[in-house]
Write a protein that binds this ligand. Structure first.
Ligand SMILES: *Cc1c(COP(=O)(O)O)cnc(C)c1O
Length: 431
């Protein structure tokens, strides 16, 4: 299709959009008396209108039932988390016994590394992308130090143990062939390859399948932090043979600030009760959990990694959001996501080409298969001023030092008109 940078065209696309009524299911923040252009669903997804009801239901049941709610609430709390595997397995592409909702993201990343990062003197490296999200960097660094298995009990020097794959000189994103080359180059010294599914800064979607294959070819595990991928891009974790993954639920998954996280563990590992882990009572075999006996017996599924009983209020918000995903369907969401990001690329390129000099460089891959919703705009001139003005004109986007504006139109609640209007404002500001 030939896109046009006009209001009429954007409205036409909205009219044809089969998901357009989903916008009504969300609260769109207001600025200056009208709905803002909300392009930060990659940072904090908007609140579904039904969330309040879901949370209030649990507050009511707690008020009227007290502890009896564990068994007798309308949605009994004891098995509350068991509703999620059906929904999440469609979002991340896995079997239902491979996924569980628990804790928050960085906590889960550490817990998964406890299981999968078992460095020895010979095999101890973690390979990741350069500019991984800071929390992940701190996790890798401190995991390396934590493993004081060498005779001097010093742990590993993160500078030697954590290997970052960089973009080539003059490029912004990392080439798959370079990732594979680095993995092969470090060979059997690699313990774990751990990439973001989608890099938070550039919006680059990595080739999870190829990275997993390369990791396995040197005898390493492959894991992914899907914070920016879950609910955004197509994932087939099981088919790609990914060993483990984790994500948060408050970005594309719209489950509220600090919402509960999720993990995936391939069933060949999930069923392996011998794998080391930090255990808690919620990971204990269900039938005998309440005998409260000594000696941990792991459940033979991802549930075996749970530690604590479930945070029901956070899970109610998660349920509300995932029910919306269910109703929309992942295929429809992916279809619209591609149209939205394609249109945004078109509008920004159109603006760029009407200027005498290039003022915006899009550092997100142009190839639709290498990106999700997010488009990262490297501002070549007056970036910070333009960003401040965007906010003053009712656009909620996101600024990353030193000079990148990230925008992410998401298929559940953004429209093509949002993109057209955003383009008009950007055009005005840079002209
Ligand atoms: C958002 C994000 C986090 C945040 O971690 P929390 O533990 O949820 O605070 C971590 N890693 C990545 C890659 C992220 O995008």
């Amino acid at each position: 299709m030939n896109f046009q940078n006009t209001l009429e065209f954007a409205k036409q696309l909205d009219k044809k959009d089969e998901l357009k009524h989903f916008r009504e299911m969300f609260y769109i923040p207001m600025m200056f008396g009208k709905e803002c252009i909300y392009f930060t669903g990659n940072s904090l997804g908007l609140q579904p209108k039904r969330t309040q009801d879901y949370v209030v239901d649990e507050l009511e049941d707690w008020a009227s039932l007290g502890v009896e709610g564990h068994l007798h609430a309308r949605n009994p709390w004891l098995p509350y988390h068991e509703v999620f595997p059906r929904q999440l397995s469609k979002i991340v592409g896995c079997k239902e016994n491979e996924v569980v909702v628990m804790n928050s993201l960085t906590v889960n990343l550490h817990l998964l590394l406890v299981t999968f990062y078992r460095p020895s003197k010979e095999r101890y490296k973690i390979i990741c992308e350069a500019k991984a999200f800071p929390s992940d960097q701190y996790a890798f660094e401190t995991q390396a130090r934590y493993h004081a298995c060498l005779p001097d009990r010093q742990g590993f020097d993160p500078d030697e143990a954590v290997i970052e794959v960089n973009p080539r000189e003059g490029e912004h994103t990392v080439r798959t062939e370079d990732i594979i080359a680095v993995i092969k180059q470090h060979g059997d010294s690699v313990a774990v390859v751990l990439f973001g599914g989608v890099n938070y800064y550039t919006g680059q979607l990595f080739d999870l399948n190829a990275i997993t294959e390369a990791a396995h070819s040197v005898g390493a595990y492959a894991g992914f932090d899907l914070a920016h991928a879950a609910g955004n891009v197509e994932l087939r974790l099981h088919d790609w043979n990914v060993d483990f993954a984790c994500w948060c639920s408050y970005k594309y998954l719209n489950s509220g600030p600090g919402g509960v996280g999720g993990i995936y563990i391939h069933e060949k590992h999930a069923a392996n009760a011998e794998l080391p882990r930090f255990a808690g009572w919620w990971g204990y075999t269900k039938a005998t959990r309440f005998k409260m006996e000594k000696g941990f017996e792991a459940m033979p599924t991802a549930e075996g990694w749970q530690l604590s009983n479930a945070p029901i209020l956070a899970m109610a918000a998660h349920k509300a959001a995932l029910d919306v995903f269910d109703e929309a369907g992942m295929d429809e969401l992916h279809k619209k996501r591609k149209w939205l990001s394609g249109y945004l690329h078109f509008v920004l390129n159109d603006i760029n080409s009407s200027q005498n000099e290039k003022l915006i460089e899009i550092i997100t891959p142009a190839n639709e298969n290498e990106r999700g919703c997010q488009v990262s705009m490297l501002m070549l001139k007056n970036g910070k001023d333009i960003f401040t003005e965007l906010t003053a004109r009712g656009v909620i986007a996101d600024w990353r030092e030193p000079n990148v504006i990230r925008v992410a139109p998401v298929p559940l609640y953004n429209s093509f008109e949002d993109i057209y209007r955003f383009g008009c404002i950007v055009n005005e500001l840079i002209s």
